[in-house]
Design a protein around this ligand. Structure first.
Ligand code: FAD
Length: 393
């Protein structure tokens, strides 16, 4: 088993062979991946060393201190947080070899083609069809709210391969080439003025069977790996104290005493403590991850993240008074990442509205926590045994 001392030794070796100051960024990242120091808990040959996940911090700290470049994790969040764990768990050896390295170094951006106009919370109702033709699948349908589709090279896609069985059973999981001529990406402008996500139209897109992930008809089970990891990726990011939404408002509070009132002080204190508790709970969740796949705890974490972000950004706008009503930029940007701290208070306030929708709405996550954590009775599900083609739409 690789221990901390071994990781320190390998990191020092990498830094000596490729000093960050004089090495091309991408060359350094590729060498880091090949040395097994990308995600140390991944298997050897796939960017890791089969080491305990908790030891990643040892490598990260050494590399940061040496001024080494990182892989810009927020830009490639869907790849790192959702596609990679799914490929690792269900992919063939060829798929792992082909996709994980360019994904981790950031050469290839990924997006997630799951939601449809008629299938969001009830994702299993999706209607995008994949029909087998020889060695290929031919895909037709429409996806929506696809973050980063405009910069993505690959997508994780779920589609219906059998309409004659109940909705959860007839779904298959694929890797879709976003450069296929049948893929059309159209921007969707959101409340912030940006178009961070898209509609994606799929017309006769041909996907070779070799880009199927998991068995035919088993896509719902494969998708659970993606969705559980998505909630952890959204709600469970590792942050320093005051690293999240609470940071900018605390800074304004310290630097602008003229804005303070007793009422705002009490509310800020309460939210500061809650943000810190959520941050530390995230640490605990990460320790649990060391022991296996994320479970419903990720849903609880994501719930807290959404509520806190909305309350904190609301308080920040209130604290700033008239200034809080100004908006820094209404142009339709096509951002490559969501940058909460790089923009003004108004942006944080508007963008955090989406936090209780993306990655599963707060209402749906409450249902998951109620059923799977608290053991409360499940919602009635009358369509479980009905063939998808017979469902009312
Ligand atoms: C910023 C952002 C980024 C996104 N990025 C992506 C992406 O990259 N890829 C992707 O595939 N999707 C993405 N989504 C889509 C997101 O996953 C869906 O919006 C979400 O799952 C909700 O689906 P819906 O919008 O169809 O709403 P609906 O499912 O139609 O829900 C409407 C309302 O009904 C409530 N509701 C529904 N079912 C229940 C229930 N059983 N119990 C109680 N209340 C219920 C919901 O909570 C909600 O308030 C993104 C969304 C946002 C906001």
């Amino acid at each position: 088993m690789t221990d901390a001392a071994e990781l320190e030794r390998r990191t020092a070796e990498l830094l000596a062979a490729l000093p960050p100051a004089t090495t091309d960024r991408l060359d350094f990242l590729k060498a880091r991946f090949d040395a097994g120091l990308a995600w140390v808990h991944y298997p050897e040959g796939l960017g890791g060393l089969g080491a305990p996940r908790s030891l990643q911090a040892v490598v990260d700290a050494e590399l940061e201190a040496a001024g080494a470049p990182d892989n810009d994790p927020r830009r490639i969040g869907i790849g790192l947080g959702m596609a990679a764990p799914t490929i690792l768990r269900y992919g063939t050896e060829e798929q792992k070899e082909r996709f994980l390295r360019p994904l981790w170094v950031g050469e290839e951006v990924w997006c997630q083609l799951f939601s449809e106009p008629g299938a969001g919370s009830d994702l299993a109702a999706l209607g995008t069809r994949a029909v087998r033709e020889g060695d290929d699948w031919v895909v037709n349908g429409q996806k929506v709210w696809t973050s980063s589709a405009h910069i993505a090279r690959w997508a994780i896609l779920i589609a219906r391969t059998d309409p004659d069985v109940p909705k959860h059973q007839g779904i298959t999981y694929f890797i879709c080439d976003m450069t296929d001529p049948g893929v059309e990406v159209r921007p969707l402008r959101q409340i912030t003025g940006e178009a961070e996500f898209n509609e994606v139209f799929l017309t006769d897109v041909r996907i070779p069977d070799s880009r199927r992930l998991g068995e035919v008809g088993d896509g719902w089970r494969v998708a659970q790996t993606t969705l559980n990891n998505e909630r952890v990726a959204i709600g469970g990011m590792r942050l320093p104290r005051e690293g999240g939404m609470i940071g900018p408002v605390s800074k304004t509070w310290r630097e602008r005493p003229e804005l303070r009132t007793h009422d705002l002080h009490q509310r800020l204190l309460k939210l500061w403590v809650e943000a810190e508790v959520a941050r530390l709970t995230g640490e605990r969740l990460r320790q649990q991850l060391v022991a296996g796949q994320p479970g419903p705890e990720g849903s609880g974490m994501k719930l807290a993240f959404a509520r806190l972000n909305q309350e904190i950004s609301g308080l920040e706008v209130e604290l700033l008074g008239e200034e809080g009503l100004l908006y820094d930029d209404w142009t339709m940007r096509r951002p490559e990442l969501v940058d909460f701290t790089g923009r003004e208070a108004g942006y944080r306030y508007l963008r955090s509205k989406g936090n209780s929708i993306e990655g599963g709405t707060s209402e749906v996550l409450l249902n998951i926590v109620a059923e799977r954590v608290l053991g409360l009775p499940a919602e009635p599900r009358t369509d479980k045994d009905v063939a998808w083609k017979d469902l009312a739409r």
